[in-house]
Write a protein that binds this ligand. Sequence first.
Ligand code: FE2
Length: 241
Amino acid sequence: MVHLPPGYRRPDSVEATPTDFPDYRTTALRSPRRPLAVLPNRLTELTGPVFGEDRVQPGDADLTLANGGEAQGQRIVVHGRVVDTDGEPIPNTLLEVWQANAAGRYRHTVDNWPAPLDPYFNGAGRCVTDADGHYSFTTIRPGAYPWRNHDNAWRPAHIHFSLFGRSFTQRLVTQMYFPDDPLFFQDPIYNSAPAGVRHRMVSVYDHEATTDHWALGFRWDIVLRGREATPFETEDDDDDE
Ligand SMILES: [Fe+2]
């Protein structure tokens, strides 16, 4: 019998983010109308090659250097641990991040609001957790950006995170926020998570990780399951918002 790695067992019970959240308008069209079908993890998922282990380069975790130049903005280090319910580290897990630039704009064909693109910022990075489940990215603090969900709607500054388990079928996606963001009150994506768990998506300022004359540090630990689990998006949520 093959056992799942501890971080990727099916959840026993989850205080879940609803798939249909009226304030987040597009969920009315995207959310499933029938009960979710839980697909069993088969041998392929458990024994196949793990995505990313061999191809991630150390420079992939530094988003500030791209296209022969240095990104504009407040340089930050975002780091933390990926752990299971019991605080056990989840090593060798591929983390991918994507984010807007310092002005709040993505390098994406459908993002054309009047904020400048940064020629030296692509907005994507990746790394693999170490033996202690630790990860670290160097990037710039993303700006807030407008969207069309409601009148004068602005997304709080955030970094999208994807975590892969043993295969493509074991992927979790969520967003990391920054402490004390004044835009939380009107953001339906942040507020779609139950009130008692929203704080788990918010990083904390970390002076230990702050480097003098170089970068501010933020810490964000990711708990994959259990009572302390980080809220994750459903597969029907749009990754780009
Ligand atoms: Fe976004």
